[in-house]
Design a protein around this ligand. Structure first.
Ligand code: PMP
Length: 396
């Protein structure tokens, strides 16, 4: 007899990235596929030291259950970090510690979405956000996105036409997968539309601190007069992802709802991980650490962009990110990035085809390059191979 699973399981597919990552576990593969930070930058010695300190000075507390909301000194730190950057006046009660910012997305689904609800998102958008929201039985409407961010006229047209939309999901800074950054005007307009149509916005921002050049831009949250914007953040890209510590911040009444659903999800985040990060932040200069990350990723971005300009055929579009981890390639429409990937994998080079970043549309001529996780010689070698394979397809 067959077991009977929930209806939602029929919509759930294995993430393409996770499948490709299995291939890239072989040592000699050049992988542009994951969104992985550079492991050589993880502050292992420092973590080892603060781990000892935490266990020695507060071992029983560190190994005990704690509150769902999370460790107070860490929530205080996050509020103080965000306030000048987002023009907010958060305190600890505006912050819920989550298992990576990914959990903030999943909890958002639990808090906001019923079966059949519509989520509005950029086109393309973050693959695992699609997976997280889809679990709650929602549908997506993709809003077209130009080089300055989401098309606000298209967004307003949808909001006018379809009543009852509850959630808009955006990544305005160094977007995953495109590396694009929204201009200030669009950020402001989104906050206005969220107030006018009474829709919640999730402003997902795991990459905002990794700016290589140009000015920091105000967050969508900074224009939010209605309290409708929630911001997610993470230690994954500025510290290390293995701790799985992130946060969601917003209006206190909304955060209370998240706390209630998190209780039923996992009770709380790992206590010792929160305390170790907090102790690290007390003893070390995180800005200096972020500075080192930015320096390395900027060089890798420069090399990746240079290689694309030099080796890829001329009529290929690509983004020039001012920060973050990704650039996004658009091939001529007739070429499928999946076919290109297949040929590249034969030569042990991997990337993620763009199709899965579109919840509805199938833009198979696109793909994402992650440049943060590889030394420069690997980037050059890998991109040369991709360029050669693309040229073969262009000449077919
Ligand atoms: N949002 C976006 C846009 C991401 O790219 C990622 C990670 N790749 C996440 C959220 C989740 O990150 P984490 O759970 O490690 O904080």
């Amino acid at each position: 007899m067959q077991l009977q699973f929930a209806k939602r399981m029929s919509d759930i597919k294995a993430s393409e990235i996770r499948e490709i990552l299995k291939v890239t576990e072989q040592e000699d593969v050049i992988s542009f596929a994951g969104g992985l930070p550079a492991p050589e930058l993880f502050p292992i010695e420092e973590i080892n030291e603060v781990n000892h300190i935490v266990l020695k000075e507060a071992g029983t507390k560190a190994l005990q259950y704690t509150t769902t909301e999370g460790y107070v000194p860490l929530r205080d730190w996050i509020a103080n970090r965000m306030n000048p950057r987002l023009s907010t006046s958060f305190d600890k009660d505006n912050i819920l510690i989550t298992h990576g910012s990914q959990q903030g997305l999943d909890l958002s689904g639990k808090v906001f979405l019923d079966e059949g609800d519509i989520v509005l998102c950029e086109s393309p958008t973050y693959l695992a956000a699609i997976s997280a929201f889809r679990t709650y039985g929602c549908k997506f409407i993709e809003i077209p996105t130009d080089e300055y961010g989401m098309d606000m006229t298209a967004l307003e047209n949808v909001l006018k036409k379809i009543k009852g939309i509850k959630l808009i999901y955006v990544i305005p800074t160094f977007q995953n997968p495109t590396g694009k950054t929204w201009n200030t005007e669009k950020r402001k307009k989104l906050a206005e539309l969220s107030a006018k149509y009474n829709v919640a916005v999730i402003e997902d921002n795991p990459y905002g601190e990794l700016r290589f050049e140009g000015e920091h831009l105000p967050s969508v949250k900074s224009f939010d007069t209605a309290g409708n914007v929630l911001c997610t953040g993470s230690f994954s890209k500025i510290f290390c992802p293995g701790f799985r510590i992130g946060w969601i911040a917003g209006d206190k009444d909304i955060i209370r709802k998240y706390v209630m659903v998190k209780q039923g999800t996992d009770l709380q985040c790992n206590t010792i991980a929160q305390m170790v990060i907090s102790e690290y932040l007390k003893r070390y200069d995180i800005d200096e650490h972020i500075g080192k990350i930015v320096e390395v990723y900027k060089k890798r971005r420069d090399v990746a962009v240079e290689c694309i300009e030099r080796y890829f055929p001329q009529n290929i579009k690509f983004t020039h990110p001012e920060g973050g981890l990704f650039t996004w390639i658009e091939l001529p429409e007739a070429i499928s990035a999946r076919d290109v990937l297949e040929k590249c994998l034969e030569q042990k080079v991997a990337f993620v085809p763009g199709g899965s970043f579109f919840p509805n549309e199938n833009r198979e001529n696109t793909f994402r390059i992650n440049y943060s996780n590889m030394p420069e010689d690997g980037i050059i070698k890998g991109l040369k191979i991709i360029a050669e394979v693309i040229k073969v397809y262009m000449n077919k």
